[in-house]
Design a protein around this ligand. Structure first.
Ligand code: ADP
Ligand code: MG
Length: 625
């Protein structure tokens, strides 16, 4: 008969460790959250081999008193939770009081800590959770925790670890998300000695995005703020023309916690419907804040799932806020028409500026030489690394300012880039015009029977894709209209033969087709007869249009709302003036006026309708500038 025994505390710790300490990234998350809770304004994370052999986190927070060091590593030891009631109003990130116990149970830990305003600090070493003696030592204010050889005593767990690179990326993900949810804290991450991230901690979300997600991404953003009831939505979203190939750049936080949520992604993407190319996804960094009573706080704190009391309310808040931001972008404030980064400078200034960037040494963004050994750290201390401790308070990258300009954001750059960018021709801008009383653009003519060329009085040239522009106008009109489309009777009906699936769905949707101006009749044998067609569709296009509508009806079975827009796309496209067709002057003038007014920007598929080239950009092409 097996004997029932109480587990030894050590084994119990190992089991508990399984819950919190899944992989290096979960260790990093717990330790970083502790540093944040300790009020740090700068936190450095260093990892080697994905964090498996070495993971060190240094903060400049409140520190831990020497006599409290061993206590912090006891199970259920926490300074953050006193009663069960506190649980309901949890403000800090960690609240289980077992992270340090669990982490130290499966690794070798060194902790150095000095309280603010204390003369000296103290250090403690633990092996597999067994603590040594606390010794006084000199160290910077704040706490440094170094975790080595994670899972050295739990080989079973070790087996689950992915390649070092995957573990390292998971740690990078954690640091990135915390940096984006705490723009007021400077985060730095060194991976095998190389700096991979360094945020300035200047309190600006955009600065954190710039440093954590890259310059190109940061430059493509539009600001978002709004709320629906008690749900506030703040942050940045990509401009419709800067879509990404995946959803990887969608980052959501709910009450400061990074979450993965299909609901939030769907709300975001729905707002871009008809503005973004098919197969492209918007990126974002959005902070959603709502009363704690409206989110389920009981989901596992280490997990990234979230449950809302009302999915609908959250969806609507995100959808409408994003939609507003996108619509607002159509009618930009006067600031947006200021000259761009390039135009603001003379050629000489531009050259000098770029040369400066090239000359500049790696600069403040790059890892500074490590701090010298601090006095008082005894060489016997069981750390086999060069013994240095960061003083993170003096280790911040410079801040940059990010004034908004025409393309959303342009930077007065304190160059965070490691190497200077080559001077490339600026991308022609897509135009966002204010509705202003300016002189109408002069229509120079048309090229390739597709593009209308115009110029304004300020020395800029515009290329307008006439089909795309007209398609957008048609689409908006169709979408607004409540009347069925004007139809014309045909002298001879047109027969359209369809696949079985298309045929049966067309039979079910005669009414919808009638709204679009098609009067159809069942002819049997998978064929329908068109008796009337919309007035602005060429007779020769009618059959192809019905086939396309039928295909879209089939595809859209699952999503009727989306299907309707798809049908409108087809109608707009087929009734719009076409590339390759000659367009008369008055038609051109009408299109140009709409584009100049800023009313239309993208075709319904998300392609730009107009690009703008400034005199300076043209002169650059000819090497005159
Ligand atoms: P919890 O964070 O849930 O309280 P932990 O095991 O993570 O539990 O930490 C235990 C305690 O150790 C914390 O409550 C806090 O008082 C202290 N502590 C941990 N890390 C730090 C740190 N970086 N700076 C200051 N105090 C810390
Ligand atoms: Mg904690």
């Amino acid at each position: 008969m097996p004997q029932i025994q109480q587990l030894s505390p050590h084994v119990a710790d190992l089991i508990a460790a399984g819950e919190v300490v899944e992989r290096p990234a979960s260790v990093a998350k717990e330790l970083l959250e502790n540093a944040i809770d300790a009020g740090a304004s700068a936190i450095v994370t260093e990892i080697e081999r994905g964090g498996l052999t070495y993971l060190r986190i240094t903060d400049n927070g409140c520190g831990i008193a020497p006599q409290q060091l061993p206590t912090a590593f006891l199970r259920h030891a926490t300074s953050k939770l006193r009663t069960a009631d506190d649980l309901a109003a949890i403000g800090t990130l960690g609240f289980r009081g077992e992270a340090l116990a669990a982490i130290s149970a499966v690794s070798h830990v060194d902790i150095f800590s000095r309280e603010r305003e204390s003369e000296t600090g103290a250090m403690l070493h633990l092996d597999g959770g067994v603590a040594g003696e606390v010794t006084d030592t000199g160290c910077p204010e704040g706490t440094t925790i170094c975790v080595r050889d994670l899972f050295f005593n739990t080989p079973a767990r070790m087996k689950f670890m992915k390649k070092d690179s995957a573990e390292g990326s998971a740690v990078t993900g954690i640091v990135t998300h915390l940096a984006l949810s705490h723009p007021d804290i400077s985060f730095k991450l060194l991976r095998d000695g190389a700096e991979v991230l360094h945020t300035p901690g200047d309190g600006q979300l955009l600065s954190a995005i710039y440093a954590a997600m890259g310059r190109d991404f940061a430059r493509s953003l539009l600001p978002v703020h709004g709320c629906g009831g008690e749900i506030s939505v703040e942050g940045f979203i990509t401009q419709p023309l800067s879509g990404h190939g995946t959803r990887g750049k969608q980052v959501f936080f709910v009450n400061g916690r990074f979450v993965k949520s299909q609901l939030l992604a769907a709300a975001l993407e729905e707002a871009y419907r008809n503005r973004m190319l098919k197969g492209k996804f918007p990126g974002c960094v959005l902070h959603i804040t709502l009363p704690t009573t409206q989110v389920d706080v009981n989901v596992h704190p280490a997990k990234t799932v979230v449950k809302f009391l009302s999915d609908r309310a959250v969806f609507d808040a995100v959808y409408h806020t994003v939609l507003d931001a996108l619509d607002h972008d159509k009618m930009p404030p006067a600031k947006k028409t200021e000259p761009s980064f390039y135009q603001k400078m003379t050629v000489t200034e531009f050259r000098e500026k770029t040369a400066e960037v090239e000359k500049k040494p790696l600069g403040s963004y790059v890892s500074r030489p490590v701090m010298p050994v601090k006095p008082g750290v005894s060489p016997e201390t069981p750390v086999d690394k060069p013994l240095y401790l960061h003083d993170v308070s003096v280790d911040k990258p410079k801040t940059f300012t990010a004034p908004t300009a025409k393309t959303g954001v342009s930077y007065e750059i304190t160059p965070p880039a490691k190497k200077a960018e080559p001077i490339t021709l600026p991308e022609p801008e897509q135009v966002t015009m204010e509705a202003k009383k300016e002189a109408p653009w002069r229509i120079v003519g048309e090229v390739l029977k597709t593009y209308i060329i115009c110029e304004d009085e300020g020395g800029a040239m515009y290329l307008i894709d006439k089909h795309a522009a007209h398609e957008r106008i048609r689409f908006d009109k169709l979408k607004e209209s409540t009347e069925p489309l004007m139809a014309q009777m045909l002298l001879m009906p047109i027969a359209v033969t369809l696949s079985d699936e298309e045929y049966s769905i067309v039979l079910e949707n005669f009414d919808t087709l009638r709204e679009f101006g098609f009067a159809c009749e069942d002819f049997g044998g998978s064929t329908v007869l068109l008796r009337e067609i919309p007035a602005d569709i060429l007779t020769g296009d009618a059959a192809a249009t019905v086939e396309e509508l039928a295909q879209k009806l089939v595809l859209g079975r699952a999503d009727p709302a989306g299907a309707r827009d798809e049908l409108l796309h087809t109608m707009a496209c087929k009734s719009a003036i076409k590339a390759g067709m000659t367009t008369d002057r008055s038609e051109m003038a009408a299109l140009v006026e709409k584009v100049q007014s800023g009313e239309i920007q993208y075709c319904p598929h998300g392609r730009p309708v107009c690009v703008r080239l400034t005199q300076y950009e043209i002169e650059k092409m000819f090497k005159r500038a």
